[in-house]
Design a protein around this ligand. Structure first.
Ligand code: FE2
Ligand code: FE2
Length: 397
């Protein structure tokens, strides 16, 4: 245990402290929103992975900051709205017009400015009366350092227009909340340049792999079919992450907990993709990019409004995938492919909260009435074939 501090520093007063956390809130909220928007358009898998991991960290950081604001100044109008000066800097982040230029601004300027402010805060706070902030800021510093090390510039940049201490900026308590800018709808997600994208995807994949019937479902057991199957599964995980990220980005009006749930699922799906990207060379002698991928299923879900996406993806596709994953696991354990079987057990475990996200937020969109949502799910399912895809559109999970 650290020895107790020998003197009271009596750093920031409570209002100054709440103002600082409000500024962090506004910047992190913008970063989560924009990273969710740009993630599907960043081609490189490693970049997508880092964005998903970081936006999940940042979403949880916002929840903790909101909690700290509640503890410090409830009831009150914090976090209010950002000052004109911070608003202008946030506008610059919104004006980025490619994923590369967004990442350059977010990781080369905004996050370093946030990290500087955290460090100033830590240096000046009173470690006894304000120990909760001390603990929280310690975690936030560690996270931002990790994010910047991964996606930030490799050489230190020059002056960037961000203040030395953004925590000290004024907060407008009575102003309208800031409106977040939404990017244009996606035509399709981006993939690494070495991945071939075709209209039909990988022609090797048979529909029996995706049928939800124990008599008819085919579990891939031969080496060649397992290679194609896991490759398609990796792409399906990427599509899932991209859908969830866009659900959050395109609906800033949803309650904050929705964005935390979407951030978590974006990261989960991206971890699943990473799992497959590691499993392929280790167990199956193939790698990401060996076969073509297609976006027909992604498009068919993305075309719906938020309620339709939750009903078709979380409450239908993922719910049925739970059955297929446990069926696949059992068949593979019986064949002695324990390692591959274990992957399905983890996918299955993560699928439970993903299906719950559908019920939770679908019900919210139906005015809190779960039976109305269930009815909507049944109506939308009527248009699907026995693989759970819109008739004629293959899915791959
Ligand atoms: Fe997944
Ligand atoms: Fe999932």
């Amino acid at each position: 245990m650290a020895p107790p501090p020998d003197r009271l520093r009596l750093g920031y007063d409570v209002d100054e402290n709440a103002i600082r956390f409000s500024n962090y809130f506004h910047l992190l909220r913008e970063l989560v929103h924009l990273s969710c928007g740009w993630l599907p358009l960043a081609p490189a898998f490693e970049v997508k992975y880092a964005l998903a991991d970081d936006l999940h960290d940042d979403a949880r950081a916002i929840s903790k900051i909101r909690r700290r604001l509640y503890e410090l100044r409830h009831p009150s109008d914090y976090p209010g709205a950002p000052s004109d000066q911070l608003g202008t800097l946030l506008d610059r982040l919104e004006e980025a017009d490619t994923p590369e230029s967004y990442i350059e601004l977010a990781y080369g300027e905004a996050k370093p400015a946030l990290l500087r402010a955290f460090r100033v805060h830590l240096e000046h706070l009173d470690p006894v009366s304000d120990e909760p902030s001390l603990r929280l800021l310690g975690q936030l510093v560690e996270q931002q350092e990790r994010h910047i090390a991964e996606l930030g510039p490799k050489a230190a940049g020059g002056p960037d227009g961000w203040p030395e201490d953004l925590g000290a900026m004024e907060i407008r308590l009575k102003a309208e909340p800031r409106r977040l800018r939404v990017l244009p709808p996606l035509a399709e997600p981006a993939r690494d340049e070495f991945v071939e994208v075709t209209a039909e995807g990988d022609p090797f994949l048979a529909r029996e792999l995706y049928i939800n019937d124990p008599e008819e479902n085919h579990v891939p057991v031969e080496a060649e079919e397992q290679r194609h199957f896991f490759h398609a599964l990796m792409d399906a995980e990427l599509c899932a992450a991209e859908l969830m990220a866009r659900n959050s980005h395109e609906h800033p009006e949803m309650p904050w907990d929705f964005h935390v749930d979407m951030a978590r699922q974006t990261w989960d799906e991206m971890r699943h993709a990473r799992l497959h990207s590691l499993l392929m060379p280790k167990e199956l002698d193939c790698r990401w990019g060996d076969y073509p991928v297609g976006f027909a299923y992604f498009r068919s879900v993305y075309a719906h409004d938020l309620l339709g996406r939750l009903a078709l993806f979380n409450s239908t596709s993922e719910q049925k995938a739970m059955w297929r994953h446990s069926h696949r696991r059992k068949v593979l354990v019986d064949r002695g492919q324990e390692q591959i079987a274990q992957v399905f057990d983890y996918l299955l475990a993560d699928e439970v909260p993903h299906v719950h996200n559908g019920t939770r937020w679908g019900t919210h969109l139906c005015g809190g009435d779960e039976s109305v949502y269930k009815r909507r799910v049944r109506e939308l399912r009527d248009g699907l074939d026995e693989t759970g895809a819109p008739a004629g559109e293959p899915q791959a999970a």
